[in-house]
Design a protein around this ligand. Sequence first.
Ligand code: C5P
Length: 399
Amino acid sequence: MLAGKRILLIIGGGIAAYKSLDLIRELRRAGADVTPVLTKSAEEFVTPLSTSALAASKVYRKLFDLTDEAEMGHIELSRSADLIVVAPATADLMAKMAQGLANDLASTLLLATDTDVMLAPAMNVRMWEHPATQRNLKTLLRDGVLTVGPDEGEMACGEFGPGRMATPIAIVDAVSEHFGPRPLAGKHVIVTSGPTHEPIDPVRYIANRSSGAQGTALATALRDLGANVSFVTGPASQDRPTGVSVIEVETAQEMLDAVSATLPADAAIFAAAVVDWRVTSASDSKIKKDGSGALPQLEFAENPDILATVSRRPEGRPKLVVGFAAETDDVVANATAKLKRKGCDWIVANDVRPETGIMGGSENAVTLVTDTGADSWPRMSKTEVARALANRIADALGD
Ligand code: C5P
């Protein structure tokens, strides 16, 4: 599974460090070579000797170890691995990473590396939930750091909640997934996401409740399958995905221009909730109440339909064009009609009646409509929907 993969395993100083010995065993059983690094406080929990014996490798401990510098400097050590795994990733190590500190061997390796880094956080639940740790986590995710866990459950300190290190098996699974097949390598996929804002005047606009969650999850899932993703997003509340090319737009017209400029592509997925109309009477200055009680009269024009425009391109149409349909009734019938009307290949339809909690929520229940019929998927998280869709897209582009 991990044959020939070189893992640099940084063991932080937490009670979960004892599980890292098991992790070394499981990684090696999966075929990986493991080079361990112990922080000073990790040595309070596991000994260099047992770590070295299980890894069948030298254990690296100190930054200023001249023998190590002669054999392998810290820069080389940090870059010679295929993946750096930090387990347990303590609150302290995460804070150092988020700040870019380099005051011991582990933090220096993490700052010097150009290799992917995967954290398995482990700490007391209060430490995990502390705004400082959550802020650091956000920073690290934005920097492209991968995470596995933490799990929820009873902890060594007797408290209950999230903070327990993922099991060694779960960490090995996450590592294997990271090195998994990348069927979309070399493929360019455009994803539109979020709402658009259509100005009324410089301070007011027309928008909708889209958070951009599904589009963001899709871009991430496609990236994980190796795609080169152009993520064209309106002003969404979700954090932008890492490892993709992000193009920020505001209006539907800007979104169409950005998509056109990003073509050609192998696939284009239109997950944005584009506002259907723009205000043609938009004012350059703030519209004021004049005291007479007169109401502003807005004039509208229909926005360009980006999905239909790309689907019907006479030349340079992506091989696969996918639209979304947010419906409140007759979901399948409306989605099927939309597939024909827009000329796309698939429609991912979802029921956005307020009681479903789908719009702006973390779950989705979709029906995939293609020219061969409608396939309703069970309700699942938007991340799982994204992974399933990304796999279907990979299959379609592989044919
Ligand atoms: O017509 P309706 O808005 O329901 O269609 C939804 C699908 O069309 C979504 O995939 C959306 O991203 C796309 N769309 C678009 N441009 C528009 C309106 C919708 O790309 N102006």
